[in-house]
Design a protein around this ligand. Structure first.
Ligand code: FMN
Length: 359
């Protein structure tokens, strides 16, 4: 079967027979998944394979009792990992800078792309697979379970095994119309009528699919859930449970050293300034200098001022300290380390001037 036909007909599998997946098959899947595209060829992820029965049992508990983990032959936990590359750079005497939202975003992307490659590789070998979204809420517990060092964060789980014959999905599950999800050139906001039409078939079909799953039947019956809207908002993804899951994930994210309170506070304070069209309209060099000043904290105490007045102040200050820097930046690349070092030195003076003014 070619890949397009496979993608059209594949289904998630949540119930597996007792056949073990041979190590050679597992190794093939992992080797294929490791070929996934990866930002900067950095592979900012690590996946941990669990096949041990007792550890799978423990994992089922950590994932809030997900039954399918128990019958899966293997559980693959995909983690963002900026630790490994950071260590390697440090061995070479370099200073890594991935411990921020950028590292989180690229590592998250890397982990998910690799996870999807693993599912396709496994499915191509006759195995069934399913993602587990419970990974997000379970991430603080998973950090302890796997002994993850700082800067490693679990974000996705794929379970796999040979599908139980009688559980083999009969037909592909429903999706929204392609044009609802894939827009051309600009965001296409649907009217209320178009939105309702887009969900007209998908809603009932998906509700029926979930209603057939034994894990959902009791809740649907007990709480009088009648359609997908009710199921999403009241049963599976109610606001208070999502708030809680988000808090768990945030706890793991901050605990593992990805996002610091200072970074969040600075980003929040600077958000309006960053989004101001006056800043977006600056020349590339002036925008870069201003943005670096924002990120470095040199402007922390002055963000109440208008972005264009603030930018002019930064421009004048840097120009006085480093008269040729703007031209040099324009002529050379923003990646020129020497130029950025001189800029940071100048910006340090700007911050110090600010502190003096405040005293
Ligand atoms: C990010 C993500 C999280 C998911 N989490 C779960 C989960 O926790 N439990 C589960 O049974 N299925 C989970 N799934 C599988 C979806 O329910 C499934 O892909 C969807 O219903 C469409 O069905 P299909 O994959 O059979 O086409 C998840 C899928 C993704 C991509």
């Amino acid at each position: 079967m070619n890949l397009i036909d496979h993608l059209r007909s594949r289904r998630s599998v949540r119930s597996f027979d007792s056949r073990a997946v041979p190590d050679s098959v597992l190794e093939d899947i992992l080797a294929a998944a490791s070929r996934a595209p990866t930002g900067g060829s950095m592979q900012l992820y690590t996946a941990i394979v669990t096949t041990d029965v007792a550890r799978k049992e423990a994992l089922a508990g950590i994932h809030f009792g997900v039954e399918s983990i128990r019958s899966a032959a293997a559980v693959l936990t995909f983690c963002i990992d900026i630790h490994r590359l950071g260590r390697w750079l440090e061995l070479a005497g370099e200073v890594p800078g991935f411990d921020n939202a950028w590292g989180l975003a690229i590592g998250y992307s890397d982990a998910l792309v690799a996870a999807q490659s693993a599912t396709l590789a496994a499915e191509s070998l006759g195995l069934g697979t399913c993602f587990l979204g419970s990974t997000v809420a379970a991430s603080p517990m998973l950090c302890g379970f796997f002994g993850l060092p700082a800067h490693v964060l679990p974000v996705a789980t794929v379970i796999l095994g040979y599908p139980k014959e009688d559980q083999a999905p009969a037909s592909p599950s429903s999706r929204l119309p392609v044009a609802t999800v894939f827009h051309r050139e600009t965001y296409a906001e649907p009217t209320d009528a178009e939105l309702s039409k887009a969900y007209a078939e998908h809603g009932p079909a998906t509700f029926e699919m979930f209603a057939r799953m034994p894990s959902n039947a009791a809740g649907i019956e007990a709480f009088g859930i009648k359609n997908l809207e009710m199921m999403y908002a009241r049963l599976n993804y109610p606001p208070d449970l999502l708030e809680l899951s988000g808090m768990y994930f945030l706890a793991a994210m901050t605990g593992q050293g990805f996002i610091s309170e200072q970074q969040v506070a600075r980003a929040k304070a600077a958000r309006a300034t960053m989004a101001d069209p006056a800043v977006g309209a600056l020349s590339m060099t002036r925008q870069l200098v201003f943005s670096l000043a924002l990120a470095s904290g040199a402007l922390d105490g002055r963000l109440a001022r208008s972005p264009s007045a603030l930018e002019t102040e930064v421009f004048d200050f840097v120009n006085a300290a480093e008269p040729t820097l703007y031209e040099e930046f324009t002529a050379m690349s923003v990646f020129h380390p020497g130029l950025r070092a001189r800029l940071h030195a100048a910006l340090g003076g700007f911050g110090a001037q600010l502190e003096q003014a405040a005293e």
